[in-house]
Structure formats: structure tokens, C-alpha cells
Design a protein around this ligand. Structure first.
Ligand code: BES
Ligand code: MN
Ligand code: ZN
Length: 458
């Protein structure tokens, strides 16, 4: 349920007592509360909630089971309070090791996708945990909710046109310079693979491009896969594989969320966001298996499978981004099913040839409890992408190491950027979590915001 924070007015707030490792005896509770906990069979398991009645039946307090060690990831468990508590004004009682992360967890747990009529049943407010920066917490939640809303919106209402409108809206909120190249102009502007993948749709393919910040600040460029629906093209997906493919613009949605965070915290960067927005559809003019595409970079690409479309649109966008030699180049994409096979839906793999940059990402990921795992750009697999007739194929023949070989394909289009990292995200939360209901999910962007704030914060 939507959460708001109020400046720590602790006297009227209902205390939420964190019960660590089930040890009720550590808490300063009155005798009747203790008796009630016993009678109700409260054992203090992680996430367990018990409401404590006070005199006259009023809500006097809440017990909430947490784990023994409040590591960053465990702190996210507090998000469950947003959905488990009745309407009211609360405070988290006692010491919280990570107050800002606790506030973020509460805020994220309050997410609700309301566009199609489902409405939250109540609102909760919390006293801001001491030590948390309210603006920052709100900025991170706003950005995360943008990402989730974009992914949750079905393709009928989030095609290339609507995705462009969402990006334009974000750009104008922050005074960024917005541009989009649409339809046949993609050929004139020499991003032919974006055109080829998207041309079979009724909504013209497009390249969204906006920039923000001082023009001579360090260049940070974000590229997001904006496949608004992925049918697989002519190598059509089976029904089970197509069901969730409204989320195939999850990379774009994450990149927009990250851009929102970076602009809100006013980092001293020249930010550029590039989103190839297309629908991988089927029609008489669809690109075909066996076609050979020209790319912006000049490499010819043989199409082994039209379902490996994300890497094609990203390749042209990455080549364009790379031309201005950004200091940081980040791309995010729901690129392969293989990433989920390797690491599951909650732990996106990332790839970088820059060990120092990868190290910064890994430690930020741990610090802010935004899971990411580095995987190798294993160069010995590069020859698997070779083609007998073109400079490269878009797939490998054996299908092994699918997330790695997709990343290796992208690597062919990045040469000059100082630090490049690629994120193969799932973009979807398949099981309810304390901080997120089932549905679209932001992945890795709080970690990336932390990396970039440490580098470029004012
Ligand atoms: N959008 C899919 C990848 C995907 C599928 C991500 C399911 C998350 C969940 C991508 O365009 C795709 O279809 N990839 C193929 C590549 C294959 C044809 C080499 C895949 O992963 O099967
Ligand atoms: Mn596909
Ligand atoms: Zn796709």
C-alpha cells in the first residue's frame, strides 16, 4: 500500500518492534503484550507479524520477526510491512542498522500497479528512520515505480509510440534534450538493424535519444533494449515463451528508471539515454532467417534466428553511443532466457572487460542490496558467432552459454567507450517479495546509481 514518510513524530506513531532471531525477551514489552504473543503463538519467524492490542482494543504496537543479522539484503524484508499492516502511522522501534535501506524497503513494498483499476485499499505512513535521507528515498522509489509501471503496462498500451512518450515525459521533467528518429529515417541515420527488426509492426520502429547535463561533463551513456513485444518474429516463439514478452522492454524501463535517479540526484555528468524502441512482429515485410543485415558499425550480420532480435537493435544503438567515446557505457536488456537458466530471475548477470568498474558494481550491489553477479566475456567463445557468409551471425549453432555469447555479440560493437558494462536482466518478479509484488521489477539500477554517485556525486 502506498507509503508516505513524515518527519519523526514519534509520540503518536505505533511502534513496530523488530524481533531478532525470535528472541522476544530482548524487547522491552509490558506483561500483557508478552502474554498475548505467547497466546497467539508468535514465534518470530522472518516476516511474521503480530498486532498487539492495547487498552480498549486500540492497536498498541506490532511485532515483526527479522533475521538475527540485519545484513543489507535482510533489511529489505521490512518492505513486507507495507502490505501487512493495517492503515495507520508507524515507526520502526529500536536500532536499525541500515536506516536508509529500511526506508527504501518500506517505500518499495508500498508499490501497487493501478493503471487498470486495481486500487490500494489503504495508506500507511511511517516516521522516517533516523539517518535516512527522505528526498533520496523518494527519488529512488519514484524511479523504481516508473520502471515497474512501464514493464507492467501491456504491449497494447506500451508500444514504441507510448514508450517514446514515456521517455519524452521523463526528459521534459528534468529539462533534458529529447530527440527521436522514426521509421525510414532510421535508414537515413544509419541504424539499419533497428529498422529491420521493427519494420513489420504497425508502430514504426524508433531510436529514442536524450541528453542531460553540462555538455563538457564526463559522458555517461545508457542503452536499453526497448522491444515492446517480442513474438520472436518469423522464428516464432511458442505460446509459453511469448506469454510474458510485454516485458521485453525491461532494459529500456530500467534505463529510464536509472536516468530518473541520476537526474534527480543531479550528478555532474553529461547523461545520454539511447533506446531502440521496436516491436518484433510478423508481417510480409518482416526480416527473415537467413537475411544478412548491414549494421551501423559496418559489420554484416547473418540472421540465424529472428528471435535473437534484442542484440541487433542494441548493436546499432551501442555503435552509435560508442562513437562519442563515453567514459561509462551501460546497456541493460532482457536479452536471453539463458541468463535466467544460469542465475535465476533474481540475480542478473553483468559483463565488463573493465575489472575495476566490475569491482565497483559488485560492491555497490552488495552495499545497497541490489543483487548482480559478474559473468565472463569469455573470448574463446567468440568464434562460435562466426558466419560462412557474413562478418558475424546473430546466434551460435550449439546454444551453449547463451547469455555469454549474446554479450560477446554486443562486444563486437563497442570499441572506444572507456568502461562498458552489459546487464542481462529478467525484469520480472515471478514470486511475491517483501519489496515487490509479482510483476515488472527494476534490477541493478539502485546499485548503478550508487556506483555513479560515488564517481560523480557533487
Ligand atoms: N527477449 C528474449 C529473451 C528472454 C526470454 C528474456 C525469456 C527473458 C525471458 C530474446 O529476444 C530471445 O528471444 N532470446 C533468445 C535467443 C536465442 C534465439 C539465441 C533466447 O534466449 O532463447
Ligand atoms: Mn527474442
Ligand atoms: Zn527479445
Amino acid at each position: 500500500m502506498p507509503i508516505s514518510f513524515s518527519a519523526a513524530s514519534t509520540d503518536t506513531a505505533i511502534p513496530v518492534h523488530l524481533v531478532k532471531g525470535g528472541r522476544l525477551q530482548d524487547l522491552d514489552l509490558d506483561g500483557s503484550a508478552r502474554e498475548w504473543a505467547k497466546a497467539a503463538g508468535f514465534s518470530g519467524d522472518e516476516g511474521e507479524v503480530l498486532l498487539l492490542p492495547g487498552e480498549g482494543g486500540a492497536l498498541q504496537g506490532v511485532l515483526f520477526g527479522v533475521s538475527e543479522e540485519m545484513l543489507p539484503l535482510k533489511t529489505l524484508a521490512l518492505g513486507a510491512l507495507a502490505r501487512k499492516l493495517p492503515e495507520g502511522h508507524y515507526r520502526v522501534a529500536g536500532d536499525v542498522a541500515e536506516p536508509e535501506l529500511a526506508a527504501i524497503a518500506l517505500a518499495l513494498g508500498g508499490y501497487c500497479f493501478t493503471r487498470y483499476g486495481k486500487k490500494p485499499t489503504r495508506t500507511l505512513s511511517f516516521a522516517l528512520p533516523e539517518g535516512a535521507d527522505e528526498k533520496r528515498v523518494e527519488d529512488l522509489a519514484t524511479a523504481t515505480f516508473l520502471t515497474r509501471d512501464l514493464i507492467n503496462t501491456p504491449a497494447s498500451d506500451m508500444g514504441p509510440v507510448a514508450l517514446e512518450a514515456a521517455a519524452a515525459n521523463l526528459a521534459s521533467e528534468h529539462g533534458a534534450n529529447f530527440n527521436a528518429v522514426r521509421g525510414d529515417a532510421l535508414l537515413e541515420q544509419n541504424v539499419p538493424m533497428i529498422h529491420a527488426v521493427g519494420r513489420a509492426s504497425d508502430e514504426a520502429p524508433r531510436l529514442i535519444d536524450f541528453t542531460w547535463g553540462r555538455s563538457d561533463a564526463p559522458k555517461v551513456t545508457l542503452v536499453g533494449k526497448g522491444v515492446c513485444f517480442d513474438t520472436g518474429g518469423l522464428d516464432i516463439k511458442p505460446a509459453s515463451g511469448m506469454l510474458l514478452m510485454k516485458k521485453d522492454m525491461g532494459g529500456a524501463a530500467n534505463v529510464l528508471g536509472l536516468a530518473s535517479m541520476l537526474m534527480a540526484s543531479k550528478l555532474d555528468i553529461r547523461l545520454r539515454v539511447l533506446i531502440p524502441a521496436v516491436e518484433n512482429s510478423i508481417s510480409g515485410n518482416a526480416f527473415r532467417p537467413g537475411d544478412i543485415l548491414q549494421s551501423r558499425k559496418g559489420l554484416t550480420v547473418e540472421i540465424g534466428n529472428t528471435d535473437a532480435e534484442g542484440r541487433l537493435v542494441l548493436a546499432d544503438a551501442l555503435a552509435l553511443a560508442d562513437e562519442e567515446e563515453p567514459e561509462v557505457l551501460i546497456d541493460m536488456a532482457t536479452l536471453t532466457g539463458a541468463a535466467r537458466v544460469a542465475l535465476g530471475p533474481d540475480l542478473p548477470p553483468f559483463y565488463s572487460l573493465d575489472d575495476a568498474f566490475a569491482g565497483e558494481i559488485a560492491s555497490a550491489s552488495e552495499a545497497v542490496a541490489d543483487p548482480l553477479w559478474r559473468m565472463p566475456l569469455w573470448q574463446p567463445y567468440m568464434p562460435k558467432l562466426s558466419s560462412r557468409v557474413a562478418d558475424t551471425n546473430n546466434i551460435t549453432a550449439d546454444g551453449f552459454a547463451g547469455s555469454i555469447t549474446a554479450a560477446l555479440f554486443l562486444q563486437k560493437f563497442v570499441e572506444k567507450a572507456k568502461s562498458w558494462a552489459h546487464f542481462d536482466v529478467f525484469g520480472w518478479n515471478p514470486v511475491e517479495k517483501p519489496t515487490c509484488p509479482i510483476g515488472g521489477e527494476a534490477q541493478g539500477i539502485r546499485a548503478l546509481e550508487q556506483v555513479l554517485r560515488q564517481r560523480y556525486g557533487r
